[in-house]
Design a protein around this ligand. Structure first.
Ligand code: PGA
Length: 208
């Protein structure tokens, strides 16, 4: 039971998983996956969706037991978030959540703010996040949706194990705050310090 991220950070990991699978050294047929997040108003078959991203980089290339996605084009978004939480619970909860972090400290699309949601929810994306995701929308930040659906911080922290990846100098400050010994909703990654089993993978540039 895996939660999977999108974005630039996990690309090398997905390439490696696909390569090992192709060589016959990796069996993922028992793995069930749940995408962490999705843009609101973007259907799964839209090339800019996170569902399409995961299909492209992993799901179409390896044999998985099942893959679950949030539907950003669902008519009732609250019901969609509830459906996702139920599907997670019915499947027995997450074993491992693979996570990237945003330069602003977001985890999945849990953005910095006065409050964070425990469960899967609809959020408003920050300007910084919309800029960082412009590549999915023809390099036009204005075309990046204003809202997204995301697994909540509680859903993520309930995973039995977290694997966090951060690469490149642009992530160094976010990593530093993530490891500060203090938690704040203004830096969602800092809450990961509350989890008993976290493995952090950094390259030299991202290491504080
Ligand atoms: P990135 O995004 O992997 O494209 O840097 C990470 C994130 O926003 O969580």
């Amino acid at each position: 039971m895996l939660a999977l991220p999108t974005g630039r950070t996990p690309l090398e990991l997905y390439r490696e998983l696909v390569a090992r699978h192709a060589r016959g050294g990796l069996d993922l047929s028992c793995a069930t996956t749940f995408n962490l997040d999705e843009f609101v108003g973007v259907a799964g078959d839209d090339a800019g969706s996170f569902r399409a991203y995961l299909d492209r980089h992993l799901c179409s290339k390896v044999r998985l037991a099942q893959s679950h996605f949030l539907d950003g084009a669902a008519p009732d978004l609250d019901a969609e978030c509830e459906r996702y939480e139920r599907a997670l619970a019915d499947a027995g909860g997450l074993d491992v959540a693979l996570l990237g972090i945003g330069t602003n400290g977001h985890v999945a699309f849990n953005e910095p703010g006065a409050e964070l949601s425990v469960g899967t929810t609809k959020v408003r994306l920050s300007r910084e996040t919309r800029l960082a995701n412009a590549a999915f929308f023809g390099d036009e930040p204005s075309r990046v949706p204003l809202e997204a659906l995301t697994m909540g911080m509680g859903t993520i922290l309930a995973a039995r194990e977290l694997v966090v990846m951060a690469f490149g100098a642009s992530k160094r400050e976010a990593v530093k705050r993530m490891l500060s010994g203090k938690v704040t909703t203004e830096h969602p990654a800092s809450l990961l310090q509350l989890h008993p089993k976290v493995t952090l993978y950094l390259d030299a540039a991202a290491a504080p």
